[in-house]
Design a protein around this ligand. Structure first.
Ligand SMILES: [Zn+2]
Length: 275
């Protein structure tokens, strides 16, 4: 699933192309992916027609396109969604869910093999009330996010495994399986430790490593993966140290990495480096 660095990379790529452009026409191939009060495909298409894109924002893993009609076009890729900018005359690829034709001859295309992604056109008040956004925790790459904020987040679920708490979007926006595993390895913290058992120096270290790994991955255009590309079709360049490397040697000490499950999610850690 694309996480903060991947969605932020997409946002930056889309921003360059989309801001100032007008949506000329919308095509909907997978109607069930259109959500919200304007989900009926004809209503959705009509409501978008002629709208100019004023900005491309992000909150957690959600892309938020502000339109001059007063509405916001929200895009959430979920597990396997992809957004690509293509020339409008390019043939449709397999798994096309929706396409937004722009006034410059390009199309923004949402592909989704699993059709778990979400597309939603909302008013300003609906945006404020969107449950996922309303309850979302702080943005870890914002300058305001402090060690204290992380401490407060962890204190909400002290008897839960730290890995599971890091995945909780109400504690932290945009962190998923990749960056939870990576930041715990870098901070030397075992993923099953209860969040309330972390010492103050460990919380400080974890805070630092969450910011460091998200920054590095964003600068690298996201994690290298079979199912993620940016808006221009480029794959990520960030290489994880533990994520999806169960059974392989730890890059720090050479110990074979352990693979376990934490709240149903595959989790990899080093039994020597992480305590
Ligand atoms: Zn190790």
């Amino acid at each position: 699933m694309p996480e903060l660095p991947e969605v932020e990379t997409l946002r930056r790529g889309l921003e360059k192309h989309l801001v100032g452009r007008t949506i000329a026409e919308t095509r909907v191939q997978v109607a069930k992916m259109i959500k919200g009060t304007l989900c009926e495909p004809d209503v959705f298409k009509k409501s978008l027609q002629g709208a100019k894109i004023l900005s491309v924002g992000r909150r957690g893993k959600h892309l938020i396109n502000k339109l001059d009609s007063g509405y916001y076009l929200l895009l959430h890729l979920n597990m396997r969604g992809q957004l690509l900018l293509t020339p409008a005359d390019e043939p449709d690829a397999k798994y096309l869910a929706a396409a937004f034709a722009l006034d410059d001859g390009a199309e923004l295309r949402f592909h989704d093999m699993w059709t778990w992604g979400e597309i939603r056109l909302v008013s300003e008040s609906e945006l404020a009330e969107h449950p996922a956004l309303r309850d979302m925790g702080p943005e870890p790459l914002s300058e305001q996010w402090s060690v204290q904020d992380l401490q407060v987040g962890l204190a909400k679920r002290p008897k839960t495994a730290i890995k599971a708490v890091l995945l909780d979007q109400a504690v932290l926006a945009g962190v998923g399986n990749i960056y939870a595993d990576e930041s715990l390895h870098r901070a030397g913290i075992q993923p099953l430790r209860l969040s309330g058992s972390l010492t103050a120096p460990e919380v400080k270290e974890l805070h630092r490593e969450i910011q460091a790994v998200l920054t590095e991955a964003t600068e690298g255009g996201g994690t290298i993966s079979d199912n993620y590309v940016d808006a221009d079709g480029q794959i990520g360049r960030f290489v994880p140290r533990v994520y999806d490397r169960g059974g392989k040697p730890c890059v720090s000490c050479g110990t074979e990495l352990t693979r376990i499950r934490v709240t149903g999610r595959g989790t990899v850690f080093c039994s020597l480096c992480q305590k």
